[in-house]
Design a protein around this ligand. Structure first.
Ligand code: AR6
Length: 187
């Protein structure tokens, strides 16, 4: 079963982010850009050296101090089905002086803006910050859906945003708490 929102431009799915065949997938990275656990480890593991090498180059040039929370950068997808990986750093919950929601929204908005800038029409996201960074899943649902809605209202490049949850229960939690302007359609 898939559920979609905003005339099919947003699709909610259960699966593995590394297996998505969208033009880009998003990595829930940390500021080092050089790997970690969870989604980050899975993407670097399957995508291979090309991703790491480009991340290293980004660290050596534009972001020597690390990628700030809420920002996004793009690398090739290496051996992944997706041609590109957009790396964003979610907020560590409770560690941002009350700016957690703003920073999580920035992750989604800036990742989509980067995709549109590169003319990439389909983008798959994992549920950023809801693993090792401990963002409550119901709050993340509300914030991410509204940020995606805000972006798509302004954009006509991105035609598919695929939200990939690792379990049925995570997808159900998202569907219960999402805050898209228009209601869901189930097929
Ligand atoms: N496909 C889809 N979703 C997944 C997958 C997968 N293969 N694996 C885990 N998830 P996390 P964060 C879900 O911890 O919270 C890393 O060490 C998972 O159930 O990957 O943003 C980085 O290097 C959870 O709901 O990302 C950073 O240091 C969600 O993806 C830090 O963790 C995000 O979990 C980032 O933490």
């Amino acid at each position: 079963m898939t559920t979609n929102f905003l005339d099919g431009r947003v699709i909610v799915a259960v699966g593995d982010i590394t297996e998505q065949d969208t033009h880009a997938i998003v990595n829930a990275a940390n500021s080092t850009l050089l790997g970690g656990g969870g989604v980050d480890d899975a993407i670097h593991g399957k995508g291979g050296r090309a991703i790491y090498d480009e991340c290293l180059k980004i660290r050596q040039t534009v972001y020597p101090g690390g990628l700030p929370t809420g920002k996004a950068v793009i690398t090739p997808g290496g051996d992944l089905k997706a041609r590109f990986v957009i790396h964003t750093v979610g907020p560590v919950y409770g560690m941002n002086g009350g700016r957690d929601a703003e920073l999580l929204a920035d992750c989604y908005f800036n990742s989509l803006a980067l995709a549109a800038e590169k003319n990439l029409r389909s983008v798959a996201f994992p549920s950023i910050s809801t693993g090792a960074f401990h963002y409550p899943k119901h709050e993340a649902a509300r914030i991410s859906s509204r940020a995606i809605n805000d972006f798509l209202d302004l954009d006509d490049i991105v035609s598919e945003v695929r939200l990939v949850f690792f379990s049925e229960s995570d997808a159900r939690m998202f569907l219960k708490h999402q805050n898209f302007i228009a209601g869901p359609k189930t097929a």
